[in-house]
Ligand binder design. Sequence first.
Ligand SMILES: Cc1cc2nc3c(=O)[nH]c(=O)nc-3n(C[C@H](O)[C@H](O)[C@H](O)COP(=O)(O)OP(=O)(O)OC[C@H]3O[C@@H](n4cnc5c(N)ncnc54)[C@H](O)[C@@H]3O)c2cc1C
Ligand code: SF4
Length: 510
Amino acid sequence: MTETLRFVLGDQLTRSLSALSDLDPEADIVLMVEVGDETSYVRHHPQKIALILSAMRHFAEELREKGVTVDYVKLDDTDNTHSFSDELARAVKRHKPKRIVATEPGEWRVWEMMRDWESDLDLPVEIRADDRFYCSRDDFAKLVDDNKTGRMEYFYREMRRRTGLLMEEGEPAGGAWNFDEDNRKSLPKGLETPHRMRFRPDAITEEVLELVAARFDNHFGDLEGFGWAVTREEALRALRHFLKDCLPTFGDYQDAMKTGEDYLFHGLISPYLNIGLLTAHEVCEKAAQAYADGEAPLNAVEGFVRQILGWREFVRGIYWTEMPDYVESNFLNAKRDLPAMYWGAETDMRCMSECIGATRRNAYAHHIQRLMVTGNFALLAGVEPRQIEQWYLEVYADAFEWVELPNVHGMVMHADGGRLGSKPYAASGSYINRMSDYCKTCDYSLKQKTGKEACPFNYLYWNFLIENEDKLGDNHRMGLIYGSLRKKSEAEREEITRSAKAFLDGGDWP
Ligand SMILES: Cc1cc2nc3c(=O)[nH]c(=O)nc-3n(C[C@H](O)[C@H](O)[C@H](O)COP(=O)(O)OP(=O)(O)OC[C@H]3O[C@@H](n4cnc5c(N)ncnc54)[C@H](O)[C@@H]3O)c2cc1C
Ligand code: SF4
């Protein structure tokens, strides 16, 4: 009889996972399952499915090499029921364990499922905290009670103090908590970007690629050129490459965008962090060490650590303290359908076609492309939150609901009424022009503010402010911009509204 059945999910591929911490290879069995419910609950980008399945199969192999018995159910196994709960029930029948141990899942949907296991299976089920995060779900809830999570910035400072990361004698290194002012440069002409590390598929990955090509070829996204790391060893190589070749310049050009440059100086590590090939602790500590060793400047290292210790932990905390109601809010009452260009329909907007094209090719776009181009457009156009949330969940290799949802629902769409960010990140075309070279080759005119030839971001921006004046007009962080709107004449406002209507609904052009 098996002592313990240890259930490991596809985003828990970490050898030090809490569910495996006291694993006894002589008496225990690790269960891993590829189920249709997970590959198909949204139409994931094929590269995302291939990454997760290949990384799962490699992880199982690594455990087996260490003498662990792994019961692994593949997607195309004939008896596969394609549900976590049913596969667990089948495995219980096969192995007759005395108890089940798992680590809490990343998503509410799976958490709800897990909570029924003990009564459904009539067996002790221990669900352990996921200690791969700096801030546990309980800890975050306590910080909420202590009023320390109102804004990411205060939470982040608290986390810096607690971890001692980039702290010197109790004070932030360099005498400031952030160096954002240094991190908003546009790319200078002629600056070379590093050649990014890609990984050649081995036999396991090739088999997965064939499976994915056969089953999911109608999902948005290219599978060719798949080059993600699928083992811990490869992910560590990718991290070393980032630390050495990209981190020193990461801060300066963190917000920059350039035609044909899909990655710039970004980490490309979110998929590895999110499925467990890398841990947040090791990534932050290595970046801080690069600063201590004089290999990367403070503005870069602090900017990078803030994304992980600050934003990543903060959005997870928001997700778990606000769900399940979080997803229901629609503060701005946005109702429009997601435009077809998000699925690759042709558009003359250069910025949108660049960002969506990169997404299709790579299952990746960097933060500013997600926030200030595709996100900004959805916000200004008033796309229904559920539709744009689903898009982000489908198209990125790193997309898991706990991190995707607060970023889209809160940061981009302001649908939570300001729980995550104090104001929407709305911007007109001039922001995109400042941070990229997209506008230079765009068919639309950035200078024109309304009319058929004008950059749509220009009139959509003002139209958004007009349409949401009752909800945002009193927001003290938007005082200046509403001041400018109020100086516009009635005729100007009408022209803006007519242009927005013509563009979005196909009305007459002014
Ligand atoms: C609309 C929108 C949707 C997003 N959806 C996801 C998602 O589904 N999954 C995901 O991991 N990230 C998401 N992000 C955050 C961020 O865009 C990605 O983490 C980042 O682009 C990943 O690329 P990178 O590893 O090159 O990041 P880098 O720019 O190198 O940043 C380093 C790391 O910081 C973390 N990070 C940075 N920003 C955030 C953030 N806002 N929230 C959480 N972690 C952050 C990531 O782990 C990332 O790997 C989203 C952001 C926006 C605006
Ligand atoms: S002009 Fe407007 S639509 Fe064209 S690339 Fe610039 S911001 Fe995008």
